[in-house]
Write a protein that binds this ligand. Structure first.
Ligand SMILES: Cc1ncc(COP(=O)(O)O)c(C=O)c1O
Length: 439
């Protein structure tokens, strides 16, 4: 915290004093790298997603370094933020991808065709069409989630006259300390096959001509901060790998999924702190796998792009209803759904740092639902109509969950690298929204 109530996410998002111009005096302004967020709002409007290329690259490098002792591929989870330009940036950093739909695979192929052999395909409801697309693209691995899917995949591979490389996604029945909507590794969840049935299913899969057993995969949920859950899951997976090898299967890959949580609260997160977090995470994955000589696949999403993005929004109205003060901003639940969907907390800070008193406010959007909020009962430096706010840690599951609810245009996205600004998605127009409909 740079000053009471004014939050930063160093090194990418910090307050810097901008030079005075003819029109404005010097001011302390929240920047992304070397670019003032006030400047971006003037140029591109709000709401606006702003990402820092260096923050995203740093995270990839942190992962690389934490897992450097073992052969591994970082398969960035496209669902966290599927912007084509970000996928291209991540491919250039050597990442592969984790996709959960044909649409996400199309994005990967569009951003970097060469990444197909480093792409894993998960998801409980893959269609024939999606499987055929992935087979044609020659992806690395299908993470199969049911017996019926095994048969369907074999049939598709037969049509393509090829063998599909598979891992079964096992459900290890391990609880994760996260929101129930994003916990996936318990028996009652729809994901994966029960780990107790895995050997029997691998035996069946091993006998199918158009399938090639290649690995075991697991993913227990998202935004997990207690790494003991990962460790428990990996111990079960490691035991299974030993059994499967004894049964005669060639298990080359262990796909450990994604799920590493980030800190959304108001304390600053330094690069060093993330290095410690990831070292603990790497330990929890690597210790159980020691001696197994597998190629490790990791599917991080949130931990790569989450802290590297903010959502910039402007206060439209300030209103008081009884004792409550509302800041009605131009971003809403359709732009950033996490607070409404998971009751998630996002830190918020004014773009302009100047001495202000504090007040308790609800930060809400213009959508016609009481569930449309970005922050409730939040103590913020006093804001006025026209002021800009930055909502932190919005790089993951922000734009990717955005919708056109209330026929609102989804925000534009910009990527900053030092002084350079690149518009990586323009703001939608109303014509974009109406194009697929008929009158
Ligand atoms: C199969 C799979 N892999 C990876 C991820 C990415 O998770 P996270 O963004 O928490 O790293 C998810 C998201 O829930 C997932 O379902």
């Amino acid at each position: 915290v740079s000053d009471q109530g004014f939050l930063e996410r160093p090194p990418a998002f910090t307050y810097r004093t901008s030079r005075p111009t003819v029109l404005s005096a010097a001011a302390s302004v929240l920047h992304c790298d070397r670019v003032g967020l006030n400047h971006l709002s003037e140029r591109y409007g709000t709401p606006l997603y702003v990402y820092s290329a260096s923050a995203i690259r740093d995270r990839v490098r942190n992962f690389r370094s934490a897992f450097r002792q073992v052969p591994h591929t970082l398969c960035y989870s496209v669902k966290a933020n599927p912007n084509l330009h970000l996928l291209k940036l991540l491919a250039a950093e050597g990442c592969g991808f984790d996709v959960v739909s044909g649409g996400e695979l199309e994005r990967v192929l569009r951003a970097s065709r060469r990444s197909a052999p480093r792409t894993a395909f998960s998801g409980v409801g893959k269609t024939d069409e999606e499987m055929l697309l992935a087979l044609k693209a020659r992806i690395l691995l299908f993470n199969v989630e049911s017996e019926s899917e095994l048969w369907k995949l074999a049939e598709c591979a037969g049509r393509q006259r090829c063998r599909a490389p598979i891992a079964l996604r096992v459900n290890p029945d391990v609880p994760a300390d996260t929101h129930p909507y994003i916990s996936t590794g318990l028996r009652q969840h729809k994901f994966g096959v029960p780990i107790e049935q895995a050997r029997m299913l691998y035996a069946r899969a091993g006998g199918i001509r158009h399938l090639r057993v290649a690995g075991v995969s697991v993913h227990i949920g998202s935004q997990i901060t207690d790494v003991r859950s990962f460790s428990a899951a990996m111990h079960r997976v490691a035991d299974l790998v030993r059994e499967l090898r004894r049964d005669g299967h060639e298990i080359e890959f262990v796909d450990a999924g994604g799920g590493l949580g980030i800190s959304y609260d108001s304390t600053p997160h330094t690069t060093d702190e993330f290095r410690n977090t990831i070292a603990g995470y790497a330990d929890s994955i690597l210790k159980p796998l020691r001696g197994l000589k597998v190629h490790l696949l990791l599917e991080p999403g949130r931990s790569i792009v989450g802290s590297g993005g903010v959502l910039l929004t402007q206060v439209l109205y300030k209103k008081r209803n009884g004792r409550k003060t509302f800041l009605v901003v131009d971003a809403a639940m359709n732009d950033l759904m996490r607070p409404s969907l998971y009751n998630a907390f996002h830190s918020i800070t004014p773009v302009l740092r100047q001495s202000r008193s504090f007040e308790m406010v609800d930060v809400v959007g213009p959508i016609c639902e009481s569930g449309d909020f970005l922050a409730l009962n939040r103590k913020l430096p006093r804001m006025e109509e026209g002021d800009l706010l930055a909502i932190f840690d919005a790089g993951a599951y922000g734009m990717s969950l955005a919708s056109n609810y209330n026929t609102r245009r989804r925000p534009a996205e910009v990527l900053i690298e030092e002084k350079s600004i690149r518009l990586i998605r323009r703001r939608e127009t109303i014509s974009d929204l109406l194009r697929t409909e008929t009158v």
